[in-house]
Ligand binder design. Structure first.
Ligand SMILES: NC(=O)c1ccc[n+]([C@@H]2O[C@H](COP(=O)([O-])OP(=O)(O)OC[C@H]3O[C@@H](n4cnc5c(N)ncnc54)[C@H](O)[C@@H]3O)[C@@H](O)[C@H]2O)c1
Ligand SMILES: [Zn+2]
Length: 390
């Protein structure tokens, strides 16, 4: 009897000490892996996700963790979000509208306004939230940092459309206009946002960090690099480059490169991004800061296509149509000193991560190509341009 009573008491204390998380966007790529990690670590997790139709064409995904509470609802709905915020210690704010979509107002509405409304509500109701971690993005930078032989570390501006129209993809020193080499971009680099998405990610991180300082709640803005892994939407044609190349190749279609395919990306496996979130929740070393999360390594879009095609065993020559997207960064390597100093070490390299992604996508039924149709829309809306020089 006594032993049993003791066990119950221990259990009750465990429940009392259990940390409670709200993961917004918890049905998505990063939110769902983060939820799994938090549950494994003993957290009580609530998800709020509206199952955005572009991302979840077949409805509620089967991977949503059964030990988490799932609330289907829109972050912007005041009553839904107010209920979801009850009895929460830490918010992991992952919900966002992403990619290169043409809908300007929707980005602002979901990402900027949705975030502002949630923060305002916490303040108005004096909700006892202890920490907010917001998913920011490397898209907040204009262009990756560079090394100029004459001027050292420089932060180039976005490449002018006129230059790109002439088929010149180079990134140049903002002082002497000579070509520069890409180097890791530190958090101190100027932020701007050269796409509507990027602009609203700047809003999100600034809103969260500024609000946190005003009311004294610790906040962290994690600037993720390009993230990939199992569960990345196979329906959303604006999703990551690995997912797009995969769905193209599996449909016997060539990967399509914007520019010349030599642009580089810093890729992170989704579980590493989830671990970075947990770290940001458990340490106070990153409080109040924007923090890059990435591999610290560059890989070209061409190499990504080669690796995907090699691993799938589907050899199709990539296509280059002389197209480019104004505002797209040429090179970005995340400078990860800040998060590494707090103890972050990425654990899954590109080869393993890609293998795990391909194992997953092979099990998905009806992997269609949504890219061709989307590319046409982007051309018509002026988001994708063509080189004009002969
Ligand atoms: N995947 C990347 O490469 C990457 C890189 C940098 C930053 N990020 C950021 O990380 C976060 C998660 O991205 P992801 O790759 O997991 O995307 P995702 O699209 O897989 O997940 C986002 C989730 O948010 C939900 N959502 C969208 N609008 C909502 C709303 N109004 N209310 C409630 N839920 C809503 C969607 O249904 C989806 O499940 C986003 O904030 C994104 O901007 C992603
Ligand atoms: Zn220079």
């Amino acid at each position: 009897m006594t032993r049993q009573y003791g066990a119950e008491l221990v259990e009750n204390n465990a429940v009392k000490n259990q940390k409670r998380a709200l993961v917004t966007g918890g049905a998505g790529l990063i939110g769902s892996h983060l939820t799994d990690l938090l549950v494994r670590e003993g957290w009580r997790v609530r998800i709020i996700d509206n199952l955005e139709p572009n991302t979840h064409k077949r409805g509620k995904p089967a991977w949503i963790n059964r030990d988490a509470e799932f609330v289907q609802g829109d972050l912007r709905d005041q009553e839904t979000i107010e209920n979801a915020l009850q009895d929460i210690d830490v918010i992991f704010h992952q919900a966002a509208y992403g990619g290169y979509m043409p809908e300007m107002a929707k980005y602002v509405h979901v990402n900027s306004l949705g975030t502002a409304q949630m923060l305002e509500l916490i303040r108005e109701r004096s909700l006892p939230i202890k920490r907010v971690i917001v998913a920011s993005s490397q898209a907040v930078y204009s262009e990756g940092a560079g090394e100029c032989p004459k001027h050292g570390l420089v932060f180039p501006r976005v490449r002018p459309v006129k230059q790109l129209q002439g088929g010149d993809w180079s990134v140049r020193c903002p002082i002497c206009n000579e070509p520069i080499t890409s180097v890791p971009t530190p958090e101190e680099a100027p932020v701007g946002g050269e796409t509507i998405y990027g602009l609203t990610k700047v809003d999100q991180e600034k809103l969260v960090l500024l609000w946190g300082k005003q009311i004294g709640i610790p906040t962290v803005a994690l600037r993720y690099s390009c993230t990939y892994g199992p569960r990345q939407s196979i329906f959303n044609p604006y999703t990551g480059v690995i997912a797009i190349f995969c769905t193209r190749l599996l449909n016997s279609l060539p990967p399509v490169f914007y520019e010349d395919g030599e642009q580089t990306r810093d890729l992170s496996f989704v579980e590493d991004i989830a671990r970075a979130n947990l770290l940001a929740a458990e340490t106070d070393a990153l409080d109040g800061l924007p923090v890059n999360v990435g591999s610290g390594k560059a890989v070209s879009v061409r190499e990504i296509a080669q690796r995907v095609s090699g691993a799938l065993g589907i050899k199709i020559q990539p296509e280059i149509n002389g197209e480019f997207r104004p505002g797209e960064m040429r090179h970005l390597i995340s400078g990860t000193e800040r998060i590494r100093a707090a103890g972050y070490v990425p654990q899954v390299d590109l080869e393993d991560g890609l293998g795990r992604y391909l194992d997953w996508i092979r099990l998905q039924s009806d992997v269609r190509d949504y890219f061709s149709e989307a590319a046409e829309i982007l051309r018509n809306k002026g988001i994708v341009h063509r080189v004009t020089a002969s």
